[in-house]
Write a protein that binds this ligand. Structure first.
Ligand code: SAH
Length: 351
């Protein structure tokens, strides 16, 4: 079977090349063609012999992500991409110009099994995991079509990255490799709904020789277990106390400040009592609570609090000693919330 060469780490490519009777340094050449020099065909790799290029073509494909739709914001540089994968599945990614740098928000699974009540990505459930090769290509396709370099990556598109753990780590290995794109681990943020054993495993992982340096964002969205269960089915499986304990372990091992995401839903989790309870839960470790006025998704029936109520909630948190920030909204004129563009397309296709 022909395999996607984007899916190989440099180490794995070395082994592949050796099995083809080639010198291992060829792997480094090929890897940098793909990941630093933006090659999309083996013919471009002119420092390889014609014979080797022919053999590579027989054995591997090079990606194959297409862009059936893209929306460009008229308000800022945000672009929302609909990507089609080799098997026809659709996923989304977002390109954002934020501060002095460009950020890619990428998906890690096709659909999602987590069932969060406010989220459009999960409405039709999970189709499949994405490969590491597909994840890197989301970033490269955004760079290619904007002509701009991406320095920051947030794994916050559709899917639960920590339930696609091996492919996520492979993605990080590939995208941080200095012979390729060389993104700094510190510029990568992985967002999770809180898969406790996977957070603990990640904390203990050695990426290179060190504990990970990637940032963890935890989607909390509630101030206590009862409320969280109403919004997020995963709360039935892991309590918030366990989740905070796992986050603490991640902080202790990595010294990376943890971000907790909190989607403010009018009348559900935006009261002063919520702010107090949340602050008590998070006492004693350096955290940032990122407040996101919920993006109303047609199905959910949830609505966002007023701007004032959001600022009020942030101030309350700060009075209780917890740093808060309010998510800046980019691309609010395009299908902003996770999964909305894809949802529209799959609905259209079904009609
Ligand atoms: N599964 C991961 C990553 C994907 S979701 C996670 O749960 O973190 C990325 C972030 O967007 C999460 O914080 C998620 O809760 C949030 N989100 C999803 N739908 C939203 C909506 N309609 N409004 C605001 N935030 C939303």
């Amino acid at each position: 079977m022909i395999k996607d060469i984007f899916d190989y780490t440099k180490g794995e490519l070395k082994a592949e090349l050796e099995s083809l009777g080639e010198k291992p340094y060829r792997a480094k050449q090929i890897f940098s063609w793909l990941h630093a020099r933006s090659a999309v065909s083996f013919d471009e790799m002119t420092d390889l012999s014609k014979d080797l290029r022919a053999r590579l073509k027989e054995k591997y494909s090079i990606g194959g992500l297409s862009v059936p739709d893209m929306q460009k914001s008229k308000l800022d540089g945000t672009r929302k991409y609909l990507f089609r994968l080799y098997d026809g599945e659709l996923i989304e990614g977002v390109f954002m110009e934020y501060r002095e740098w460009n950020t890619a928000c990428i998906s890690s699974q096709v659909g999602c099994a987590m069932g969060c009540r406010f989220c459009a990505s999960t409405v039709d459930g999970l189709s499949r995991d994405m490969t590491a090769g597909e994840m890197v290509q989301e970033v490269y396709e955004m760079e290619r079509s904007t002509g701009k370099k991406i320095s920051h990556i947030v794994v916050m598109g559709s899917g639960e990255p920590l339930l696609n753990y091996d492919n996520l780590l492979r993605f990080i290995d590939i995208i941080t490799d200095g012979d390729g794109k060389g993104v700094s681990q510190r510029n990568i943020t992985v967002s999770t709904c809180g898969i406790v054993p996977a957070i603990e495993r990640l904390a203990m992982e050695k990426l290179g020789r060190e504990h990970p340096q990637i940032n963890l964002a935890i989607s909390l969205h509630a101030s206590n277990d009862d409320k969280r269960k109403m919004l997020m089915p995963i709360a039935e499986k892991y309590s918030m106390a366990e989740l905070v304990r796992a986050s603490r372990l991640y902080y202790e091992k990595t010294h990376r400040k943890i971000t907790f995401e909190y989607a403010l839903v009018k009348g559900e989790n935006d009261s002063e009592a919520d702010a107090r309870e949340l602050a008590e839960l998070l006492q004693g470790m350096p955290v940032l609570v990122n407040l996101i006025p919920v993006n109303p998704v047609t199905e959910s029936g949830y609505s966002r609090p007023s701007r004032e109520a959001v600022i009020n909630f942030k101030n309350k948190l700060e009075n209780f000693g917890i740093n808060g920030s309010i998510r800046r909204e980019l691309g609010s004129d395009i299908d902003g919330a996770c999964g909305q563009l894809r949802m529209r397309h799959s609905r259209d296709a079904r009609r």
